[in-house]
Design a protein around this ligand. Structure first.
Ligand code: AHR
Length: 324
């Protein structure tokens, strides 16, 4: 490296650091303490992914000896907003928020900031046009949902040689995984004229709704040759509906989904589900370490992306013990 290049990279590094510092300047401070009292506001507890995420947060709090105040919004964004307000009223040291939907949970992020409580958005996001990471909340930690949708599409295109009539089961309307998993998938398949999406309907990320929606959609589109489900629970519900309708999932209809839960990996082993893109729910260690780093004054990136694996017939059996 010559002197000029060295100088330029030093200047660039200093500018990046200054930008990060000035961005975090308006955020509430957090004192260094041996133990913290924190809130974790969960959106719902109705599937294996949510249970695994909650367990991961509770396990890490227990390991560190911190007090974790846990709230469950039972699938209501309004209840979750009031859960966050209750955490603010209890003057906790910090809040971990896994927002059910983007827009309804954005105002309480700003309220936490005004109350002087640092807030970490984990898993799903809020509306970043209004609440900005590094300025209004400390950081976003989670999977790249757009990439998950794209990876599902890549697999499907390869598996079907670019020719499929697809039914899409969407996640909960207005949630960041539903928005981005749809976009990532649709942007990718646009390049393949042989892939046609004939229906897209929400199954609200639940097995039961996935089943009910598929019962109707498979009647309306009996020529469907593939299903893309935004999560495993809906894919498993769809498999039940398809079997009831006399279809043979994995043989006459190809299914791809997202999450990587144990029962989905078992469905791959059984030949019914084609593949699932992992959405890693194990947030505990990373979330709590980030809080400690923030308190210690370290520069926190505004976005921290989780690594996700991929499961299909080549590795599902071997990965059963790893899955949640
Ligand atoms: O936000 C992550 C998604 O939410 C998971 O894919 C899903 O199973 C959960 O409900």
């Amino acid at each position: 490296m010559n002197v000029r290049v060295m100088l330029l990279s030093t200047v660039a590094a200093s500018l990046a650091l200054a930008a990060a510092q000035s961005q975090s300047a308006g955020l509430p401070k957090l004192a260094v303490k041996p133990k913290y009292r924190v809130c974790f506001t969960q959106s719902e507890m109705d599937n294996p992914w949510r249970l695994a995420q909650t367990k991961s947060m509770q396990d890490e709090a227990k390991r560190l000896g911190w007090t974790l105040i846990f709230t469950n919004a039972n699938g209501s964004a309004a209840k979750q907003a009031s859960d966050v307000r209750s955490c603010i009223a209890q003057r906790v040291d910090a809040i971990f928020l896994t927002p059910r939907e983007e827009k309804p949970l954005t105002p309480v992020v700003l309220e936490a900031k005004r109350a002087g409580i640092p807030l970490f958005v984990i898993d799903r996001n809020v509306d970043e046009k209004v609440a900005v990471p590094g300025r209004d909340f400390v950081t976003f930690i989670g999977s790249d949902f757009y990439e998950e949708g794209k990876r599902a599409a890549e697999w499907l295109v390869k598996k079907t040689n670019g020719k499929a009539t697809v039914i899409q089961l969407l996640g909960s309307t207005g949630s960041s995984p539903a928005i981005l998993r749809q976009k990532g998938f649709e942007d990718y398949v646009k390049k393949y004229p042989g892939i046609e999406i004939v229906a897209s309907q929400t199954g609200n990320f639940t097995r039961d709704e996935g089943r009910k929606v598929m019962e109707t959609l498979i009647q309306a589109h009996p020529n469907a040759s593939a299903i893309y489900a935004h999560n495993d629970e809906m894919a498993l519900g769809a498999i039940t509906a398809l079997e009831t309708a006399g279809r043979k999932p994995g043989k006459d209809i190809t299914i791809v989904s997202i999450d990587g839960q144990k029962s989905a990996l078992q469905a791959i082993v059984d030949g019914k589900l084609g593949a699932t893109v992992e959405c890693n729910p194990r947030f505990g260690v990373k979330a709590f370490q980030t809080l400690k780093d923030y308190a210690a004054g370290k520069t926190i990136p505004v976005r921290m992306v989780n690594e996700d694996k991929f499961f299909d017939a080549t590795n599902a059996k071997a990965m059963l013990g790893y899955a949640f």
